[in-house]
Ligand binder design. Structure first.
Ligand code: NAG
Ligand code: NAG
Ligand code: NAG
Ligand code: NAG
Ligand code: NAG
Ligand code: NAG
Length: 697
């Protein structure tokens, strides 16, 4: 023995001088504050989910300190008041374990199994006994005598015990026999798979037992029956599927229980009937479908988020409860004035009448549910409600104006279907934070002395005139609360879309009617029940019959006959379908050809009939255009015609004139001829008189 001690000491010195890696064990518990003074729990934070069972060791040097191999230290009075941070960073230096594989005690015992002895180290943090590098499994236990601490168990008087860098697939019963005074036992992260049913048989001093980050699938029903002093039990991140109903019957002082991130499916009624001190209960991220919480009347804080509960039965004096991310549709339970925080987001609630039983609420989160209306009637009892979250519901009606909640400070109504909210002005005027974005609100009125400090308005259906008036008295919208591009008929004002109209609500109603009729038409056109569907379903039936019926119903004549008939029908229908499809294909091709012919853009995503409509529209337009053109031409021709006619008339008139002239000319000619004749006659007469001949020549 002595030489081993020396060797160990030498190794210790060696490490002291040469070794350069000191482990710093990260806090396993993030921050987990719990005060032992009843009713004074302040914060509960769950364990870091990223923690995957391996401890993070950082190589960081800086140690010193002698190693005490003696297990005994003076145990000062431990104070349990105030807050204690579990697992602050623990640093240690130069530790080894002492598996003392030697049978000693003078007389060698031939029949004894080899001994495997582990001793612990003192730690200047929370633990006065820390085991390092313990590695135990069922095999080890079968083949060795595993001994913890000193053979003389009175020397193993440490109260806070833990393990580092160790694995312990099976928690051996011998452990607690040797450490009979343990009050805090931290068995986190040891890969424990199994707990021997008598492992805690003698552990009646344990107050806090931590067994998170292990692989426990099952706990024996009587595993904890002797833990009379147990106040805190942590079993997070294991693989527990159920809890035996009698599991906690022997632990009357159990105050804190956390079994988050397991596979629990239900908690039987009566499981906690012996635990009248149980105040804090966390079962986050399990698969719970049933847990009647009202059977834990002492419950003070609970977290059951991320389960599959459908009913929430609230206990009589719970003060804060998180049951978000479940499927809760019903909330029930006795009147409870203490409840101040209730988180129920992401559930299936469609009603709020149950709120009447909780007049002491300060904050209630009902976002992501299925609520359709909020009415003051369910809030008339509220004495101190400050924060109400109802975003992402299906709200179409909001009626808080008749009985505003005077203490309300935060009201989140975003992502709903609200249209008309003006009647809530009395409530809106008194809150400081008002979220209205992503609704269909048209108008909003606030008094000039309203208290609103933060107001979100984007993604609504604002009336411009009202919006302008509103923005004069409200704080400027935040940078993120803005619209980008507006629908047709809407304009952007102060980064919000709005529409100008005389009677905004009438306008929206008409718009709505238009849209719904259009949508209805479209639905009808698409045909909810088409011939194609019928054919497909008959085909799949026939397929099913040929597949299954062939084997199971060969003797049923009638069925086979029916099948034959159906087959023929299917056949002819299929033929018909093929033909129709062919026809349809041809029509499509024709449509395409027409599209090309008329140089129309083909819309690849639209149905061919839409494209055809396009062709028709084009042709109609073309026709109208041509019609207009020929009408114009005809008009032109007509006017030319009448021009010609007038010209002809003119021509005739001129002709007549010409004729007249000609006649006049002829007359004149005749007259001239006559005159000439007369002149000749006169000349002749004169020539007969020679004296006058020279005058006329
Ligand atoms: C033991 O743990 C408790 C917390 O549970 C702590 O208050 C006390 O100081 C610890 N004792 C020692 C000796 O480390
Ligand atoms: C943890 O244990 C392994 C052996 O299982 C050992 O090699 C390693 O040095 C130990 N680490 C620390 C920090 O003690
Ligand atoms: C249980 O708690 C009560 C009150 O805190 C205490 O008086 C009693 O001793 C505790 N019982 C055990 C077995 O520790
Ligand atoms: C309940 O647990 C979830 C998940 O760990 C956490 O996000 C939430 O904050 C907790 N609720 C309360 C009220 O502490
Ligand atoms: C709420 O849902 C339940 C169950 O789905 C249904 O029976 C009840 O009528 C609904 N209540 C309201 C107000 O819609
Ligand atoms: C605003 O003024 C009216 C009287 O003009 C008063 O009744 C009301 O309480 C005031 N509101 C707030 C929020 O101060």
């Amino acid at each position: 023995m002595c030489w081993i001690r020396r060797a160990v000491t030498l190794i210790g010195v060696f490490l002291f001088i040469c070794s350069s890696d000191v482990a710093v064990v990260s806090a396993q518990y993030g921050e987990y504050y719990y005060s032992q003074i009843p009713r004074k729990i302040t914060t509960i934070r769950p364990h870091q989910p990223s923690y995957g069972g391996q401890q993070a060791y950082e190589a960081q040097r800086g140690y010193g300190g002698l190693q005490s191999l003696q297990g005994q230290q003076s145990q000062g009075q431990q104070s349990y008041g105030g807050h204690q941070a579990f697992g602050a960073q623990q640093s240690y230096g130069g530790h080894q374990s002492y598996p003392d594989q030697q049978s000693y005690r003078g007389q060698p015992n031939i029949n004894a199994k080899p001994r495997l002895q582990y001793r612990c180290r003192e730690d200047n943090q929370q633990y006065d006994c820390v085991f390092y590098d313990v590695h135990i499994n069922a095999q080890t236990l079968a083949t060795h005598d595993v001994i913890f601490g000193f053979d003389d168990v009175t020397l193993n008087s440490q109260k806070n015990v833990t393990f580092k860098n160790s694995t312990m697939r099976t928690l051996p019963e011998t452990f607690l026999r040797s450490f009979g005074q343990v009050e805090l036992l931290n068995l986190n992260d040891l890969q424990i798979e199994e707990v021997e049913s008598n492992a805690f048989e003698t552990a009646n001093t344990i107050q806090k037992l931590h067994m998170s980050f292990n692989a426990i699938r099952y706990l024996p029903p009587n595993a904890f029956q002797n833990l009379r002093s147990l106040t805190e039990l942590l079993l997070d991140r294991n693989m527990l599927k159920n809890l035996p109903r009698t599991m906690f019957y022997g632990t009357p002082n159990l105050t804190v229980l956390s079994i988050s991130n397991n596979n629990l499916e239900l908690i039987e009624d009566g499981t906690f009937q012996a635990n009248s001190a149980l105040q804090l209960l966390e079962m986050v991220s399990n698969k719970l479908t049933h847990f009647d919480l009202s059977r834990v009347p002492s419950l003070y804080h609970g977290n059951f988020s991320f389960n599959q509960l459908t009913t929430l039965a609230l206990p009589v004096s719970v003060e804060s409860l998180d049951a978000s991310h479940n499927r809760i549709n019903v909330v029930r339970g006795p009147e409870n004035e203490n409840l101040f925080l209730l988180k129920l987001q992401h559930n299936n609630l469609n009603d709020t009448a149950w709120l009447l039983s909780y007049p002491g609420l300060i904050e209630v989160d009902l976002s992501y549910n299925e609520l359709e209306k909020i009415t003051f009637r369910h809030f008339v009892n509220m004495k101190r409600l400050q924060r109400l979250y109802v975003s992402n519901n299906r709200l179409v009606a909001l009626n808080l104006g008749n009985g505003p909640i005077p203490t309300l400070n935060v009201l989140d109504l975003s992502y709903n279907h609200l249209v008309h909210v003006e009647r809530n002005q009395a409530q809106f005027d008194t809150v400081e934070y008002l979220n209205l974005h992503h609704n269909s609100i048209v108008t909003l009125k606030l008094a000039s002395n309203h208290s609103v400090k933060v107001l979100t308005l984007s993604h609504n259906d604002w009336d411009c005139k009202n919006l302008r008036e509103l923005l004069e008295i409200t704080p400027p919208p935040t940078a993120s609360d803005r619209d980008q591009s507006c629908k047709i008929d809407y304009q952007l004002e102060h980064n919000l879309c709005c529409k100008e109209s005389e009677k905004p609500y009438l306008d929206r109603l008409i718009q709505y009617i238009l849209e719904t009729t259009a949508a209805e038409k479209l639905q009808r056109a698409q045909g909810r029940c088409s011939a194609e569907d019928a054919i497909t379903s008959v085909q799949s039936l026939s397929h099913f019959i040929t597949e299954k019926g062939g084997e199971q119903l060969p003797s049923n004549q009638q069925l086979q006959a029916e099948v034959k008939v159906l087959d023929t029908e299917v056949h002819s229908l299929t033929n018909q379908q093929t033909q129709l499809e062919h026809l349809l294909q041809n029509l499509h091709t024709e449509i395409d050809a027409n599209l090309r012919l008329y140089r129309l853009q083909k819309d690849g995503l639209a149905r061919p009939s839409d494209n055809l409509k396009k062709v028709f529209t084009h042709l109609k337009e073309r026709h109208a255009f041509k019609l207009r053109e020929s009408q114009a031409r005809r008009g032109e021709a007509n006017s030319k015609q009448s021009e010609t006619e007038t010209l002809e008339q003119e021509n005739i008139a001129l002709q007549t004139q010409l004729d007249n002239r000609k006649e006049v000319l002829n007359q004149l000619k005749q007259e001239t001829t006559l005159k000439r004749k007369k002149v000749k006659m006169l000349e002749a007469k004169k020539n007969r008189n020679p004296d006058t001949r020279h005058i006329t020549k």
